[in-house]
Design a protein around this ligand. Structure first.
Ligand SMILES: [Ca+2]
Ligand SMILES: [Ca+2]
Length: 188
C-alpha cells in the first residue's frame, strides 16, 4: 500500500484528462488527508479536505455531494472516485458540471428544481462567491436573474435540460459552485 498501482493510474487518466504528474500529485495530497489510514476518504475526511473552499456550505449539501461522488455507494470515497469528482468539478465541460449540480440540488429527486431548490442554489452560490472575494449585490442579482430567467414548467419546476441550457450561457454558476480557490484559480 501507499503507492498508486499502475492499473489505477491508467484508469484515472482514461476517465479524466489529467496527466500522469497531475494524478501523482493528487494522490500525494489524497494520502496526506486520508488520516485514518484506511484506503479512502470517510465523510469527515472529505469535509476536512474541502473545508477551505466549502466552509459556508450546509453539512447536508456536502453529504449529498459526497454520496453522489461515492459511485459504488460503500460510504468511502476511494482515490478513483475522488479524482473523478475533482475532475468533474474543475476541468469537465460546463454542461457536465451543470448536470452534476442539478442532481446535487434536486434534493427530492423529482427531476425538476422547485422554487425552494432554486433558492438553495442561489444562497449557496452567493455564499461561495463571497468566499471567492465577490459577493456584492450585483452578484446576487446576477445569480437571481440566471435562475429566475429559466423556464418553469407549471407544477413541476425547472427541468434538467433547461438548467443546463441556461446555466451554460455564462460560467457564473459553475464558478461559484465548483472547486475554485479564488476567481479563476482552481483548487486543482
Ligand atoms: Ca466508494
Ligand atoms: Ca426537485
Amino acid at each position: 500500500m501507499g503507492n498508486l498501482s499502475s492499473k489505477d493510474l491508467k484508469e484515472v487518466m482514461d476517465k479524466t484528462s489529467y496527466t500522469k504528474q497531475d494524478v501523482e500529485k493528487l494522490y500525494k495530497d489524497f494520502k496526506v488527508s486520508d488520516t485514518d489510514g484506511k484506503t479512502g476518504f470517510t465523510f469527515p475526511e472529505f469535509q476536512a479536505f474541502f473545508k477551505i473552499r466549502f466552509e459556508g456550505l450546509e453539512e447536508a449539501t456536502l453529504k449529498r455531494m459526497f454520496d453522489l461522488f461515492d459511485s459504488d455507494k460503500n460510504g468511502i470515497l476511494d482515490f478513483k472516485e475522488f479524482a473523478s469528482a475533482l475532475f468533474l468539478m474543475t476541468k469537465a465541460t460546463t454542461e457536465d458540471k451543470l448536470a452534476f449540480l442539478f442532481d446535487l440540488y434536486d434534493t427530492d429527486k423529482s427531476g425538476y428544481l422547485s422554487i425552494d431548490e432554486c433558492n438553495e442554489i442561489i444562497t449557496t452560490a452567493y455564499g461561495c462567491s463571497r468566499k471567492l472575494g465577490g459577493g456584492d449585490s450585483y452578484t446576487y442579482e446576477k445569480l437571481t436573474s440566471i435562475m429566475y430567467d429559466m423556464q418553469v414548467e407549471p407544477g413541476k419546476g425547472i427541468s434538467k435540460k433547461t438548467f443546463i441550457e441556461n446555466g451554460s450561457k455564462s460560467d457564473t454558476l459553475c464558478t461559484f459552485l465548483c472547486f475554485y480557490k479564488t476567481f479563476g484559480n482552481l483548487l486543482y
